[in-house]
Design a protein around this ligand. Structure first.
Ligand SMILES: [Mn+2]
Length: 352
């Protein structure tokens, strides 16, 4: 297992690379050019500059999260080939720079969704929270407001350019079935075959977050069965998964340990996060510790350990603790605690 840490770039993150260096065991920075609009080719000079900064701080650049997929590709519009060509060129450039895994998602319109970014917890910290009733009454626009207000940083997944034509795009999905979305994903993945094989890049699709339909939009990266189906769309090693325990795990019928064991050899990137689910199906992000939430984090780490997992993991969102001012879910402190918890489980397993 190679430990990594997500970082949003110079002047776009409250956390410094030098701070991340002080967390024991972190080998790589999970990065992206966060201001690049979906569908555009990433400039070589900027990839090189980012590589230089990260490597100079003593980290590898092996994992990119994310290269966003243009809405035309997900919708299967007539102009999708142009955007797929651009995606391929970005992958080619990333491969040349030494990137090994590219995380992406295939969620229509909206990326991760929460109804509260600073929900108070009993211990005085705050964390991201999802309330089912609120989601049923909120409008898409109000949700965008909620997520993007007060942030001096780019909010990954909520880039303004993606949301400009919000209402039109939502309408375009009205006729679309899950099957259509699977087909469009397959078309996209097939087209990436040559560049992935040539550059050695593994594609790792991130689960939908939360793993159910919102605003009536189709969502397919939601459960064990669908993950299997996605791997079969193109049954080749370059087509793989990002396993996010907090995303899939928000649905209690997803047994994370079972899913991980089933697809282990196609999971190239893992997000470790705990959520606490209540009786109504609302969920709150909590500390990484197993007993603080609904997900068997200990069992998850053990499953990877037992399999000799050699790919990348990172702590996913943390709470906001010790008055840290940071991007929602992406402070230094709680994610560092999460890493030490994961390190502790691994070391304990090693010594036994
Ligand atoms: Mn995740």
């Amino acid at each position: 297992m190679k430990m990594t840490f997500r970082w949003y770039g110079e002047n776009n993150d409250s956390v410094k690379l030098s701070y991340i260096k002080q967390i024991p065991g972190v080998e790589g920075i999970v990065w992206a050019l966060h201001d690049m609009p979906a569908g555009e080719v990433w400039p070589i000079e900027r990839i090189e500059a980012e590589k230089k900064t990260i490597e100079a701080a003593g980290f590898n650049i092996d994992v990119v999260e994310s290269v966003n997929v243009h809405e035309s590709i997900k919708l299967g519009r007539n102009d999708r080939d142009k955007y797929i060509e651009n995606y391929i060129e970005t992958l080619r450039r990333l491969g040349k720079a030494g990137v090994k895994v590219v995380c992406y998602n295939f969620m229509p319109v909206f990326d991760w969704v929460r109804t509260e970014l600073f929900h108070p917890l009993e211990d005085g910290s705050t964390a991201l929270h999802y309330d089912k009733e609120t989601m049923e009454s909120i409008t898409p626009r109000a949700l965008v407001e909620l997520v993007t207000k007060d942030s001096k940083y780019t909010v990954a997944g909520w880039e303004i350019e993606r949301l400009k034509e919000l209402d039109n795009v939502i309408n375009e999905y009205k006729e679309m079935t899950q099957e259509d979305l699977f087909n469009n994903l397959q078309y996209f993945l097939k087209a990436l075959g040559p560049v992935c094989k040539e550059s050695g890049i593994k594609m790792a699709i991130h689960p939908d977050d939360p793993p159910w339909s919102i605003f009536g939009l189709p969502r397919i990266v939601t459960n064990k069965e669908n993950l299997g189906k996605i791997l079969e769309l193109v049954d080749e090693p370059y087509n793989g998964l990002t396993l996010c325990t907090g995303s899939l795990g928000a649905n209690p019928s997803n047994d994370m340990v079972d899913i991980i064991k089933t697809y282990m050899n196609r999971i190239y990137f893992t997000h470790i996060r705990n959520v606490r689910i209540d009786a109504k199906g609302n969920f709150t992000e909590v500390s990484h510790r197993t007993q603080d939430g609904s997900i068997n984090i200990t069992g998850v780490v053990k499953a990877y350990f037992d399999a000799g997992y050699k790919y990348y993991i990172r702590p996913d969102h943390g709470r906001h603790i010790w008055d840290e001012q940071c991007r929602p879910g992406y402070g230094l402190y709680d994610r560092a605690l999460g890493i030490m918890y994961i390190n502790g489980i691994i070391d304990c397993l090693k010594k036994q």
